[in-house]
Write a protein that binds this ligand. Structure first.
Ligand SMILES: [Zn+2]
Length: 381
């Protein structure tokens, strides 16, 4: 009997990932996320499965996991991912209420998620639904893993990054016959990370030293904490606001998920955490605020930007703010993905989680390349 993979979402687009791995003895769900658009988008409904395997705690991979947990289905993830996913779920309910969307799961599903999490760590082997599997570090955010199925010689990556970041260690390729890999950055490369980091630091120093204030809009899970590690030792007054505060505390509970936990804790000690909205003026009087949302489409960052524009003492009053962007992505770029695939040396490559997958066709012409659409079933054995 063969094994097959069917995407319920996140195949031909970035976001709302869900895939069903089906074998002769059972079925697994690999991630089950939502796309936080306006309104949110969901993957196709999931069948009954023996377990859900969660790669990491970004919403587009974990957003609907509570709904599956409420069926009593075991959720397999690293310990830090389990706790982060629970915090993300609380935020999903909060946003649904504020934005008046139909909530994607019942509030009681968060307790079900907590109860049904089964931890896995690199080095452990698990058996569910007739599948044996283990995990490897994925380098993307703390706790992120790839799932490896030795019997099928199949590796499912989730999101990956192949360079060390402040928070995480690079993902290492693993030989396999069939590789399902994210392709978010198809056709796009990242600048050298160390150079970007020093450009960011230079720009911040120049701004603050000339009397300005710096607001760093960033994703709360991963990028906020990484920015603290970059800016907290510059001698300026640094504040952290938004969901990144809670995520920062969760990371501290799982020191093994952090590349250099000493450096992270040092950065936190030098950072002022905004504990309630009343402290935002104090934060604004400091030099640097790191806050959500990274996309400027909600969250405390909007409060800070309006304060800068309306404060007659701010150097930006009556002027346009100076806006710069820096690429500190948590995803592998195009060439990094190609290198990773070459080192895994598979026969079959399934590219998913990308809206420009065709960009890989030339670089991957030596492989059996599959660009699945949602609902398409791929034979992987
Ligand atoms: Zn991600």
């Amino acid at each position: 009997m063969s094994t097959s993979l069917t995407y319920l979402g996140g195949a031909s687009e970035v976001g709302r990932v869900g895939a069903v791995l089906e074998g002769p003895e059972g079925r697994l769900l690999l991630d089950y996320g939502l796309q936080p658009d306006d309104p949110p988008k969901y993957p196709l409904p999931a069948p009954e499965v023996d377990a859900l395997l969660l790669t990491h705690a970004h919403l587009d991979h974990c957003g609907l996991v509570p709904d599956i947990a409420s069926r009593g289905t075991p959720i397999i993830s690293t310990p830090v991912t389990g706790m982060l996913a629970e915090r993300m779920a609380q935020d999903t309910l909060r946003v649904s209420e504020i934005e008046n969307y139909q909530r994607p799961f019942h509030p009681s599903a968060i307790g079900d998620l907590r109860r049904n999490i089964r931890s896995i760590k690199p080095g452990n082997v698990e058996y569910r639904g007739g599948f044996e599997f283990n995990v490897f570090n994925a380098g993307h955010i703390p706790g992120a893993v790839m799932f490896n199925f030795p019997q099928q010689d199949f590796l499912f990556t989730g999101d990956i990054h192949t360079v060390d970041t402040q928070l995480t260690r690079a993902a290492k390729p693993h030989p396999c016959k069939t590789l399902a890999i994210e392709s978010t950055y198809g056709g796009r490369e990242h600048p050298n990370r160390r150079e970007t980091e020093s450009e960011l630091v230079d720009s911040i120093e120049e701004t603050v030293n000339s009397g300005g204030k710096v607001v760093l809009p960033s994703f709360g899970l991963g990028r906020s904490q990484e920015l603290l590690m970059l800016v907290s030792n510059l001698g300026f007054e640094v504040w952290l606001d938004g969901m990144g505060r809670d995520m920062a505390r969760i990371f501290q509970k799982f020191p093994g998920s952090i590349r250099d936990v000493g450096a992270m804790n040092k950065a936190y000690r030098r950072t002022n955490f905004v504990k309630h909205a009343g402290q935002r003026q104090a934060a604004m009087n400091g030099d640097i605020v790191v806050t959500t949302s990274g996309m400027l489409n909600g969250g405390p960052v909007l409060t800070y930007l309006s304060k800068i524009r309306n404060d007659p003492n701010s150097p930006a009053f009556g002027l346009d703010c100076n806006i710069e962007s820096f690429d500190l992505s948590g995803h592998a770029g195009h060439t990094q993905i190609v290198d990773f695939i070459n080192k895994c040396n598979p026969e079959k490559v399934i590219l998913y989680h990308g809206d420009n997958r065709e960009a890989f066709q030339e670089d991957l012409k030596d492989y059996e390349l599959i660009l699945p659409q949602e609902t398409e079933t791929i034979d992987i054995s």
